[in-house]
Design a protein around this ligand. Structure first.
Ligand SMILES: [Zn+2]
Length: 258
């Protein structure tokens, strides 16, 4: 869908579609959608553009758990690869979080458990255990890791723009973050998310050699690539329930064999 048509659709939906119609439109879609969250806050004063309110998050997860099959990244990846007959069923949803905010554990995690929703958190490893109360520490990560709903992926060491780095530094950022998480959790790390979504061919090749898939953060370019999988960002712009539904209604869902 080109940008102009999308804009017209968006305006029409926001103006004329009722919430009931939007819910129907979204729940009749086919395929998999990957959602990207960052910070889920119970502090309404946060101005960080990627922080959304706890109440909105819970409303979204409740809707998703009632209308979607909530699956892990691994399950989604297997289904896409193996042409599972996913298109006959209700749509699938994969929940991901980037950066490793503390409130993923303190605020989002209890809600995800309540609705039995699998999730993956992409950790920027140098943010973890720095005595920075905004981010998770390894103890939080290890506690969640005991729950089969939880999965962890790599999101580099320092969250730098990979396009601005030399090959050797891109390798360090990607591979070392994976190795650190694997050694802390004694578990293989299969997925990588590009910081800020920026991914040049060098980064993609390194991810190909070390992971089963890579995820980026924007939806819309129509190519399908297991090492630059599209996600839809849920942030201040679309945290409100109707805006959230419009975003989902306008998104391309991933389908097998594309
Ligand atoms: Zn990030």
């Amino acid at each position: 869908m080109n940008r102009f048509i999308k804009y017209i659709h968006k305006t029409t939906m926001k103006k004329f579609y009722t919430e009931t119609l939007l819910k129907k439109t979204v729940s009749s879609k086919k395929g998999v959608i990957i959602l990207m969250y960052h910070s889920i806050t119970d502090n309404n004063l946060s101005t960080y553009p990627y922080a959304i309110k706890k109440e909105h998050f819970e409303e979204q997860i409740r809707f998703l758990s009632e209308n979607f099959n909530m699956i892990s990244l691994n399950q989604g990846f297997e289904m896409l690869k193996n042409n599972d007959n996913m298109l006959k069923n209700k749509p699938y949803c994969i929940i991901t979080f980037d950066d490793g905010f503390k409130n993923n554990y303190t605020v989002a995690y209890p809600i995800l458990c309540k609705y039995n929703a699998p999730f993956t958190i992409f950790l920027t490893t140098n943010y973890i255990d720095q005595n920075n109360e905004s981010y998770l520490n390894w103890e939080d990560v290890l506690k969640m890791c005991q729950n089969p709903l939880a999965n962890f992926g790599a999101h580099t060491l320092n969250h730098m723009n990979l396009n601005a780095l030399e090959k050797k530094d891109i390798e360090n950022e990607i591979i070392q973050s994976k190795e650190i998480i694997e050694s802390k959790l004694s578990k293989k790390v299969d997925f990588f998310a590009y910081p800020g979504g920026s991914h040049n061919q060098t980064a993609v090749n390194i991810v190909k050699n070390n992971f089963i898939a890579g995820l980026k953060d924007r939806i819309g370019n129509d190519h399908f690539n297991y090492f630059a999988l599209d996600r839809i960002s849920i942030d201040k712009k679309n945290e409100n329930f109707k805006e959230f539904l419009v975003s989902l209604a306008l998104s391309n869902f991933l389908t097998p064999g594309v």
